[in-house]
Design a protein. Sequence first.
Length: 92
Amino acid sequence: MNDDRHILNPKLSTGTANTLKLVFHSGDFLQKNFEIIAQYDMYSIKYTLIHYYLLKKISFTDLALALEDTSDYDQQELRKEIERVSRLQNKT
């Protein structure tokens, strides 16, 4: 399924990927660098961030803040999506 392939391998431009790495290494998701990322495809960024979460490179709190999923409902939906991505990864 094309959608699943995209989830397992989100396509980010090199510049976006490098910016994400800078933000991760800085340890602060709320800094101005993240504003640069926001102008790109949030779908790809969402799944890239979920992959980083699954690799234990970022916390759930940072993931939720970065995706602006701060309500209880949004966080429940995000946890479901994380489980889905995790299951897809385990199939490959």
